[in-house]
Design a protein around this ligand. Sequence first.
Ligand SMILES: Cc1cc2nc3c(=O)[nH]c(=O)nc-3n(C[C@H](O)[C@H](O)[C@H](O)COP(=O)(O)OP(=O)(O)OC[C@H]3O[C@@H](n4cnc5c(N)ncnc54)[C@H](O)[C@@H]3O)c2cc1C
Ligand code: FES
Ligand code: FES
Length: 452
Amino acid sequence: MKITCVINGTLRVLDARPLDRLLDILRNLGLTGAKEGCGEGECGACAVLLDGELVNSCMVPAIQVHGRTVLTAEGLGAPENPDILQKAFLEEGAVQCGFCIPGMVMASRALLARIPHPDRPAIRTGLAGNLCRCTGYEKIIRAVEKAAGMGYGEGIPPFAGPVCDYPPEFSDEERKSFFQPSSIAEAMEIRAEYGDEITFLAGTTDFFPDLKNGKVEVKKVLDLSRLEELRAITRKDGKLFVGACASDSMIMEHPDVLSLFPALARAAELSGARAVQNRATLGGNLASASGAADLPVPLLVLGASVILGSLRGERLVPIEEFFAGYRQTVLKNDEMLLGVSLSIPPATLRQAFYKRGSRAALTLSRISVACSAVLEEGTLKDVRIAAGSMSAFPVRLPETEKSLSGKRLSAELADDAADSASREINPRKSGEFRKTVTGNLVRKFLLSLLQN
Ligand SMILES: Cc1cc2nc3c(=O)[nH]c(=O)nc-3n(C[C@H](O)[C@H](O)[C@H](O)COP(=O)(O)OP(=O)(O)OC[C@H]3O[C@@H](n4cnc5c(N)ncnc54)[C@H](O)[C@@H]3O)c2cc1C
Ligand code: FES
Ligand code: FES
């Protein structure tokens, strides 16, 4: 295929295969700043900016680079003429072996563009997806502080818009297997024609690791990246619609999600790190149906319905009925996921999402818990509790919910609920640990209601 894009300020028309990784495209052009570390989104060595947003270039396919603007470390400044940020890295002694540094610099630039004067926790969060084997983190943080102090973030121009609005040019052979529809109706026609042969490309953060690990066989590819409607988050008639292609970053920063569904915003905020969050979508998270997926857990307690669409029309499936087994859903082979619908909750609904993994950031959940309840004059109502990462898919804990609804909240009741939740879950592995922590998280939620 031929793709048109701007790389470091230069318009390029490139020959590529649709699933070529942006990382390989860049390195073949001699732009070797972006490095291959893990090749699956875990290390940030390959981080670049795509339309101004931080992405891991090892997980971006060529088909999604068409029409877009790429910035790499080489586009900031040359060794003889580094920009303010690169200079700050040098002056603070942040560069040791240097392997992680181009990715670190790009993550820092993305952070300073969003938050020109971040505090230390914000810097740590902004760089959480970038690993440094030489453990030079303290000096790296100081370099970011230095560049921020020099007004680097304020000088970054906003994203200027798409490079072109025409589709990429596929070869005759590619046209049989790669589709990039510009409307949902067109996407549904393609899905109806090829059924199970279709692999959807959304943010490709599950797709590329699966491809690398031989878990996906690619026959026909339906790229959703031109379907702007699927990225929408809109409030209408007492409902909030979150489109299937809304990214974690969009979800965690959207004012309606933050004010009405903070548990969902929190789950998106705790999923991956910034480069993953900018790409990972709600639809991909649900359709992958991983037992460790974070977004379904709050969606279970918030009473979400999944909207599935096909040429036959749309159907709404309560999220409890969406998962059918390990990595299985009720999605039929002519359907695609359009988004989720959430009823606007009463202002008195309290909600929380907690997650525990093997490290503080960029970690898959080993345990996740979402809770919601109304506390009315000391009495609990409408209690819902869900747990993830225990079994093939996340589940509600109806026994524990029942034991709480209509009861007067007290520290003793919170202890009983913790015991009940521990008994009710049935983890596949690390049983005692998961049971104890799940109980503790349920107690934590209830005590937080008491304290407020
Ligand atoms: C480093 C790293 C860290 C991660 N951390 C977390 C984490 O903390 N929590 C978490 O939950 N996940 C995590 N993930 C997993 C992943 O980011 C999420 O599951 C993400 O939401 C997947 O969305 P995507 O858009 O990237 O999906 P893609 O990879 O594009 O697609 C995944 C699957 O969904 C299907 N699909 C996508 N969209 C649709 C649609 N609209 N209709 C039908 N089928 C569709 C595709 O066919 C494919 O089978 C992580 C991944 C990486 C690489
Ligand atoms: S190479 Fe590790 S995130 Fe891309
Ligand atoms: S400087 Fe060596 S990996 Fe970071």
